[in-house]
Write a protein that binds this ligand. Structure first.
Ligand code: ATP
Ligand code: MG
Length: 243
């Protein structure tokens, strides 16, 4: 839970989501409540089909909830219906999304994969390119800036994908199993980077994971089961980060 004076960057209240109707109805999310303050990296765990991706997609405004409230970076965005007309703009301004597999555009090199997002956000080509290289350096993958996606290792590709998700300095970063294709050493590097980003950018980061090896990297762990949060009280001491 958010400490007094510390702003919740993501606030979810009584959120529900069902798919289908009648006998085909699936209640994927039931009365979800959670708050993630800035600077925190929280884990979202639960068995397959428990609703993790559905919750992330609702928070990302990719999927319309069925009810409840969603507040992002202090702005109410959903209250039984969308409150914002331009959800694409909202996503571009506030949210970085990291997928399980990096989803890089195969015909663009590492730099252009990042620059394209900056371009979409309105930056000129030269400025977008320069900032993309800075982001790749920040993620310690700058030496691969000219590589095509097929030439990158899994860990390198994931770091390029993270650079792309960070391009607009989002306050909210949502990651769906970002470490799944990585070995445990690489997974820890990615998690430590996410923590640094949370602190440097005052961002709230939510990471879906099955990976028991990285649990010590989270400030809180939320567990979903059959669409319900089992607990939102299981807090952990902030992970020690050396930097
Ligand atoms: N578009 C959809 N239409 C119908 N049912 C859906 C849809 N998307 C998800 N579901 C159902 O909602 C429930 C939650 O799915 P979700 O993908 O959120 O699970 P998950 O926790 O991410 O699972 P996994 O760990 O396998 O990725 C499941 O029962 C799933 O079958
Ligand atoms: Mg999923």
């Amino acid at each position: 839970m958010t400490e007094p004076g510390r702003q919740a960057v993501v606030r979810v209240e009584h959120l529900s989501k069902h798919f289908g109707a009648g006998s085909a109805r699936v209640d994927a999310l039931i009365d979800i409540n959670m708050e993630v303050p800035s600077g925190q990296v929280v884990g979202l765990m639960g068995p397959s089909g428990s609703g993790k991706t559905t919750l992330l997609n609702c928070m990302a405004c990719i999927l319309e909830p069925s009810g409840g409230r969603l507040t992002l970076d202090g702005e109410a965005v959903y209250d039984d219906h969308w409150l914002k007309a331009d959800l694409r703009r909202l996503r571009l301004d506030k949210i970085g999304f990291i997928f399980q597999y990096p989803n890089l555009l195969p015909f663009l090199d590492a730099t252009d994969n990042v620059a394209v997002v900056l371009h979409l956000a309105g930056l000129g080509a030269a400025a977008a390119h320069k900032h993309a290289v800075e982001l790749l350096d920040y993620l310690e993958v700058g030496h691969r800036k000219h590589a095509m996606p097929a030439q990158l290792s899994g860990g390198e590709a994931q770091r390029v994908a993270i650079a792309r998700a960070l391009a607009n300095r989002p306050r909210i970063i949502l990651a769906d199993e970002p470490t799944a294709p990585l070995d445990s050493a690489r997974a820890r590097i990615v998690m430590d980077l996410l923590r640094r980003i949370a602190i440097d950018q005052s961002a709230a980061i939510i990471v879906v994971t099955h990976d028991e090896m990285i649990l010590d990297r989270f400030d809180h762990i939320y567990r979903l089961r059959d669409g319900r949060l089992e607990t939102d009280e299981l807090s952990r001491a902030p992970a020690g980060v050396d930097h």
